[in-house]
Design a protein around this ligand. Sequence first.
Ligand code: FPP
Length: 242
Amino acid sequence: MDINKIDYNKLPQHIAIIMDGNGRWARTKGKFRIFGHQNGITSVRETIETAAELKIKHVTLYAFSTENWNRPKAEIDGLMNLLVNTINNEYATLMKNNIKLNSIGDISKLPIECHHKLKEVIEKTQNNSNTTLTLALSYSGRWEIIEVVKKIIKDNISINDISEDLFSQYLTPNNVPYPELLIRTGGEKRISNFLLWQIAYCELYFSDKLWPEFRREDLLQAIIDFQKRERRFGKTTEQIKN
Ligand code: FPP
């Protein structure tokens, strides 16, 4: 896939990714599921380096959902260790590519060393300005919506002041544009409780590749596909073209 096929005037400002298929990929190799997650790190690195090269402003990765806490303890422990090691080892990648790290989700639920490492690297990369990489950790869209409702009630907001704009200001982080392209790997065609409010008008792209197989050319292919879509936001084709 040739990067020259990308139209730099029509890049999505924000790409969100559901990285699915690690377990199945490991099984095809006769290995434990964690082997799939470990190999998924190469795909994470290629994806964020390519996004940074294209100067895509935001990438959000669904790394651990609220529902993932129901997985076997050994897999959760393996994933949390992998997270700490990856954030540690890839700090250089983030700095080299001028990438700012961020997170969404209930990170207070993460093991303490994971929480600390995440906060440390978030702080150390705060002045990077090319791409913001947001890790969704202990995150779900419904959890996030309930958090917003709680904050709105706590702030005694009058019912007349409740609007889509106000709601979006309560989302954290509130200055991030909504995703324009959502990629899901692994062949399943569902949203799995990811960014439910934010993806109302997002373009969806499903790849049959399992996440550890996802490479730079697959990301470029998804962006090229996105660039061919007509985004109407409820309007007609004629209205969009005029
Ligand atoms: C889904 O595959 C993937 C996850 C639950 C975890 C994704 C995590 C990583 C790729 C590693 C950590 C990421 C970062 C950014 C440090 P699955 O296990 O549901 O696969 P399956 O559908 O084949 O079972």
